[in-house]
Design a protein around this ligand. Structure first.
Ligand code: NAD
Length: 423
């Protein structure tokens, strides 16, 4: 049997999954191949070399990308990922998903994504700052509050956003808080942004459980990923009464059938950097965690973890995609055949970009909202999107992913149609 990581890395390229999803939407909507090609092709791509003078004086060169998939509904929007696995095709797929996500939740953005092929865990903070500033200066001509607005993703944080904002502002000659979202509160970040993706995942997970007739109280849950998305998701689900029985990260997984003590787990992860070794639990294989017989599975780590290889053994009744692209096209078919409900990434994890939009609006107006306002607007936008996707799917006999993608593709195509083609 393949290890989970080998299966993930040998599974289809995320760009094939993203393109297959687009093709399914094009078929549903009856659009022609010209529209399909326009939507399949990124509007703009930039690949840059990022030289670093390391703390020991040696020079290393990294590769960075910024892909703007579509700009028809507004400035491009999307996260920035630091990981040794970053490839241009991965960034293209993530940028395309951002276009659909922004259109689906009806915020005035196109889609983008950035990435640097670097392992942030092996660099000092000073090195990461230099890498971030050099990357920012290389992509400076294509970013800006009206052009393309980065945000945190895997391996980046609000600190990274502060460095980008400062580099951009120094080059521009004045402070431009709207160039990034997910920045520190003291620099114009939004209350409620740090937990927004997780809060949104929890809102739709609870709605999906109820839709399937499963009470959230006592619902057994596995979460893969205990980072910016996974960690608070476990907390919000627990507050709603769910029982988180296993948590996995890139080093392994832990299990406790009575439910994991999440406060203590958080302290353990802060101290050690991983869930592995948490005392009040049993250590299990990371891949095995995905196959536990639970009500709810939340992959909130990386793409391509649910594949044709392991999907037949995944028995969760509801799968809510906290991560982008965790389910390959082949796995999706298996889940449909087994009547498992998959809530797609572009819906499930859209809370982050929704509150990023709120942050951008606040920064551009230099007027700050209270946390209750942010959270209640987030909840209402997430749940209204959930209801529209459900209604669209029911009316046309589609899966939630097919419905969400078609709805988004329809909106983006409408913007293209209204704007016309230049020249
Ligand atoms: P993060 O870097 O904060 O955390 C990533 C977590 O995943 C860590 O616990 C890490 O150990 C684990 N992980 C990494 N590789 C793994 C592997 N191969 N197997 C199992 N676990 C692994 O990243 P994040 O911001 O929480 O992002 C997680 C996912 O959510 C990504 O797909 C990202 O694109 C998506 N996402 C993030 C946001 C956001 O606001 N941060 C918004 C929308 C979507």
């Amino acid at each position: 049997m393949l290890s989970m990581e080998t299966a993930r890395l040998t599974a289809a390229n995320p760009l094939s999954d993203a393109t297959a999803q687009l093709d399914a939407a094009i078929a549903t909507l009856g659009y022609d191949s010209g529209i399909r090609d326009m939507l399949a092709t990124p509007r703009r791509e930039m690949t840059v070399s990022v030289p670093l003078r390391a703390d020991d004086g040696s020079i290393r060169v990294f590769t960075g990308h910024r892909v703007q998939h579509n700009l028809s509904r507004g400035p491009a929007k999307g996260g920035l990922r630091y990981s040794p696995d970053v490839t241009l095709d991965e960034v293209r797929a993530l940028a395309m998903w951002m276009t659909w996500k922004c259109a689906l939740v009806d915020i005035p953005y196109g889609g983008a994504k950035g990435g640097i092929t670097i392992d942030p865990r092996v660099h000092s903070e000073a090195e990461l700052e230099r890498v971030t500033r050099r990357y920012t200066s290389e992509i400076l001509p294509i970013i800006g509050p009206e052009r393309d607005i980065p945000a945190p993703d895997i391996g980046t944080s609000e600190k990274t956003m502060a460095w980008i904002m400062d580099t951009y502002s120094v080059a521009t000659g004045y402070t431009v808080p709207g160039v990034v979202t997910g920045k520190p509160l003291a620099l114009g970040g939004s209350l409620g942004r740090a937990s927004a993706t997780s809060r949104g995942v929890a809102h739709v997970a609870l709605a999906a459980l109820q839709h399937r007739g499963i009470s959230p109280v006592g619902a057994t849950t596995v979460v893969q990923g205990f980072g910016k998305v996974g960690r608070d998701t476990t907390r919000f689900l627990c507050e709603a009464g769910a029982r988180v029985v296993a948590v996995a990260d890139q080093y392994g997984a832990i299990y406790n059938s009575a439910g994991i003590d999440l406060d203590r787990l958080g302290a353990h992860v802060d101290a050690t950097g991983s869930v592995v070794g948490f005392a009040r639990s049993e250590s299990i294989d990371g891949a095995a965690a995905l196959e536990l017989p639970v009500d709810l599975l939340i992959p909130a780590a990386v793409e391509g973890v649910l594949t044709a290889e392991n999907a037949p053994r995944v028995t969760a009744r509801v799968i809510v995609e906290g991560a982008n692209g965790p389910t390959t096209t082949a796995a999706d078919r298996i889940f449909v055949a087994n009547d498992q409900l998959v809530v797609p990434d572009i819906l499930a994890n859209s809370g982050g970009v929704i509150v990023s939009y709120f942050e951008w609006v606040q920064a551009n107006q230099a007027y700050w909202w209270g946390v209750e306002e942010v959270e209640s607007r987030l909840r209402s936008r997430m749940l209204s999107t959930w209801r529209s996707v459900l209604a669209y799917a029911d009316a046309r006999g589609l899966t939630l992913r097919e419905a969400a993608t078609a709805l988004a593709v329809e909106r983006v195509t409408e913007a293209h149609r209204l704007r016309g083609m230049y020249p």
